[in-house]
Design a binder for this molecule. Structure first.
Ligand code: AMP
Length: 313
């Protein structure tokens, strides 16, 4: 596995592969790798002859300096995991290589998908993400790029960016990898203590409950939002940032919840901010649902009034 630190070398390597008719898959990460990241590498390997991963903790997407400082870093461990997973090249640039002007002089401003939820809670975050992803795409020159569904709004922003700026790259979204008890894997989980780790399960429980409510016929987005909020408000040591139902492409709240929509949650557990989401029409998280769901009756749509079909009776 090659370790590459400059944009020029990465471009030369990727072009050499593509001229040899070897397709290139690209997996951007911020390091502190876990099985979720490796699942993206596995998906990239299955569809491409060559795989490039990047490890770069992008300062411009952190709106909180303390969060940037405490972000876990272990490049040697990451490189071992990437080598074992069959990555051909890892791109590990310094900040000056990524931002030669001494700061990102030219910035990519994402569209409407970036305004609510994470975008509202973390001002500037998606502008930082869009800018670094555009820079990384131009460095790695891949056929396909792989992103986790775990960061669903980021995926929506990157799909829109790729379409709007015309990058000739296929964006592949990959399912969220979870711990055995349902907690979505995250580089931040290691900063939870034992009690917080337990409290953090409130997120997946709330999502599982929402899936169960959808399966039982609930369709009102505001009621889902209220119930998600209530489920998380009841959890000790969990401070809710937001919870709701969104369209996965636009991140707008739908008028009526459909099977393709997403339930999204974000909360602070101690000093750690966690996000998670679930396809509302899926059933994969119901097994983690809260045991009781007393509001289910309120969510379920009323039965149609009797007698409205009498015209064809
Ligand atoms: P990060 O290093 O946190 O920026 O994440 C790099 C990529 O890994 C992003 O596309 C994330 O969405 C993805 N990712 C992070 N956690 C998971 C997970 N638990 N399952 C699947 N993909 C993930």
């Amino acid at each position: 596995m090659r370790i590459i630190e400059t944009v020029a070398e990465l471009q030369a390597q990727s072009l050499a592969w593509r001229l040899a008719r070897e397709q290139v898959g690209f997996v951007p990460t911020m390091g502190a790798l876990h099985a979720g990241h490796i699942s993206l590498v596995t998906a990239a390997r299955a569809a491409n002859r060559r795989v490039i991963a990047s490890v770069f903790v992008n300062p411009t997407q952190f709106n909180d300096a303390a969060d940037l400082d405490s972000y876990p870093r272990d490049f040697d461990g990451d490189a071992r995991m990437l080598r074992d997973a069959g990555v051909d090249a890892v791109f590990h640039p310094g900040v000056a290589e990524m931002y030669p002007a001494g700061g990102p002089a030219t910035r990519v401003v994402p569209g409407a998908a970036a305004t609510g939820f994470e975008g509202a809670d973390r001002p500037g975050h998606f502008e930082g993400v869009a800018t670094v992803v555009a820079r990384l795409f131009n460095a790695a020159l891949p056929d396909r790029a792989y992103f986790g569904q775990k960061d669903a709004q980021q995926l929506a922003v990157i799909r829109a960016l790729t379409r709007d700026l015309g990058f000739p790259i296929e964006i592949v979204g990959c399912p969220t990898v979870r711990e055995a008890d349902g907690l979505a894997m995250s580089s931040r989980n290691g900063r939870l203590d034992v009690a917080q780790r337990e409290h953090a399960l409130a997120l997946v429980r709330a999502l599982g409950t929402a899936q169960r409510e959808f399966a039982a016929g609930a369709r009102d987005p505001l009621a889902f939002g209220r119930n998600l909020e209530a489920a998380l408000a009841g959890a000790p040591a969990v401070k809710l940032d937001y919870a709701g139902i969104v369209n996965p492409e636009t991140f707008a709240v739908p008028a009526i919840v459909g099977p393709g929509d997403l339930a999204v949650v974000a909360a602070q557990v101690g000093a750690v901010r966690l996000i998670d989401n679930a396809a509302i029409g899926a059933t994969d998280l119901i097994k983690y649902a809260a045991i009781e769901s007393p509001r289910l009756v309120l969510l379920t749509q009323p039965a149609p009034p009797q007698g409205v079909m009498t015209w064809n009776a």
